[in-house]
Unconditional design. Structure first.
Length: 509
């Protein structure tokens, strides 16, 4: 076996967005001591473990906030889920380390250096500072990473000599045990390894001997494997409340790499997300965003940004919580031999989602055919890209359309709002259909021939459409294709009842 240890010394401060790059000195504290400090505070001399009072004397301008162990644990769990992409056996070593068994994955990734490069790339993308080491036992890798990043101890090396050069502090012993060892002149692990195990256990406890034996591999060191949650929910807290949402969007986007990793591990695509905008001492503002099915981080950023910019926030932003509400099993492989069609389909869906995020869900609709011969009722709006039986949806709007047909009131073609689309009925019509259908037919007079700017010449027809006796919108019309002298073609009909008036119903492209 071969173990890779990853140690994140600044994870506590890096789990809070904006503190690492802040020009102001920031520190996380418990009641008595500094737990972590950002680079600006370290330049002033603030160090981990320093007393709070001493830190205030060294840096009077130091800003601080309470240390949140749960927030750091959640950040470490997110890194563990990322590490599952490189090893099936990942173990969490609280509060700021991971252990990955990579011996079984070397052949798959193409060697040790390839694995290390991929891990480094993934961690750099998350902007997490880290130290690493490789050894044949998990404790040896962990201790080497704490002391010297980049150390590689292969099976043919002398593990005892390598560990012997490490200081005692890498073992993270209880303070009382460490002081007792240093009190008799012990400074490195070599001093402990040189003592008889029985005498070492008698003086300093059996736990110390057990640690050394597991590090050397002379006794087993079983590790509890990390298993990711079936659901996804991540939170991030801002150092200070922010009034302008645009300034804190990068913090929300910092959660997306973990979201994408979760979706890939489950072989699913994201269809519905919930973003809770957190406020101090106020209820959160929830924004639900739907997708046709995606796990592209660029698309998620664009759509989330469009939705959130349209939200009115009653209070300043204190943080975000990102949660997956719905997901679907992906049926389109990411690496396909013939990717052209899936890529085109995905691009069309992403365009519609971006338009809906910017204009509103009702502003972007698809068209579906209905089982009706009346042209104004032969179609209805439907969910874009998802064909379905739209007959039921059309029935809901028939009454209003039928009423409008008996009250034509438009006077000019330029004032007509049209609908573009083709009308695909189950029984294909024998005559052509226009791409532009007027919402309400425009009256053209009662003469022997229809008249617009000039008298129209009938080119084709009549086509009789007589239907609707069952729903109170009965029609009886003779449709013609008519043309003006300049060649413009129109779809007109003559009412077969009453005054036999002419109407303009469509315009041919």
């Amino acid at each position: 076996m071969l173990w890779l240890s990853l140690v994140f010394p600044q994870l506590a401060i890096e789990s809070l967005p904006g503190l690492v790059d802040s020009p102001e000195p920031w520190a996380l504290q418990t009641r008595e001591r500094i737990v972590a400090a950002n680079p600006a505070a370290r330049i002033l001399g603030v160090r981990d473990g320093l007393g709070v009072s001493a830190a205030q004397v060294i840096a009077p301008q130091l800003r601080h906030r309470p240390y949140d162990a749960l927030l750091q644990a959640a950040a470490l769990q997110g890194l563990a889920e990322c590490a599952l992409g490189f090893s099936a056996q990942v173990s969490i070593e609280p509060p700021q380390a991971l252990l990955l068994e990579i011996g079984s994955t070397l052949r798959y990734f193409g060697g040790l250096q390839a694995v290390l490069d991929l891990v480094q790339e993934a961690l750099n993308a998350r902007q997490v500072s880290h130290a690493w080491a490789v050894a044949v036992t998990p404790l040896a890798a962990l201790w080497c990473a704490r002391h010297h990043s980049g150390c590689i101890v292969l099976p043919d090396a002398c593990l005892r000599d390598v560990l012997g050069a490490l200081p005692l502090e890498v073992m993270h012993l209880p303070e009382r045990t460490l002081q007792a060892l240093q009190g008799v002149g012990m400074q490195t692990l070599a001093h402990c390894l040189a003592m008889p195990a029985q005498g070492l256990a008698l003086r300093y406890g059996v736990a110390l001997v057990g640690l050394l034996e597991r590090a050397l591999g002379s006794s087993p060191d079983p590790r509890l494997c990390f298993f990711p949650a079936d659901s996804f929910s991540r939170s991030i807290e801002l150092p200070l409340p922010v009034s302008a949402l645009a300034h804190c969007m990068p913090s929300l986007f910092g959660l997306l790499p973990d979201l994408i990793d979760w979706a890939r591990r489950h072989g699913s695509v994201l269809t519905r997300l919930a973003v809770d905008v957190l406020h101090e001492r106020q209820s959160a503002t929830r924004v639900v965003v739907g997708f046709a099915g995606t796990r592209r981080i660029e698309h998620l950023q664009l759509v989330l940004d469009e939705h959130l910019q349209r939200v009115h926030l009653p209070h300043p932003v204190a943080g975000f919580r990102l949660q997956v509400l719905d997901s679907e099993i992906s049926n389109i492989p990411e690496d396909s031999l013939l990717p052209a069609a899936p890529v085109r389909l995905r691009e069309g869906q992403e365009l519609m989602e971006r338009l809906r995020a910017r204009l509103g869900a009702q502003a972007v609709q698809g068209l579906a055919a209905c089982q009706d011969h009346r042209p104004e009722l032969a179609w209805c709006s439907a969910e874009p890209g998802r064909p379905s039986d739209a007959t039921g949806a059309a029935l809901a709007s028939r009454s209003s359309l039928a009423d409008a047909l008996h009250a034509p009131r438009l006077t000019g073609l330029n004032s007509v709002r049209g609908h573009a689309g083709t009308y695909l009925l189950s029984n294909q019509p024998s005559q052509p259909r226009p791409l532009w259908l007027l919402e309400i037919p425009r009256p053209l007079g009662k003469a022997a021939a229809p008249v617009m700017r000039y008298p129209l010449r009938l080119l084709n027809g009549p086509e009789r459409i007589e239907s609707g006796w069952w729903d109170g919108a009965d029609v009886a019309r003779d449709y013609f294709i008519a043309a003006e002298p300049d060649g413009s073609q129109y779809w007109v009909f003559r009412d077969c009842r009453g005054e036999r008036q002419w109407f303009l119903h469509g315009v041919f492209a």
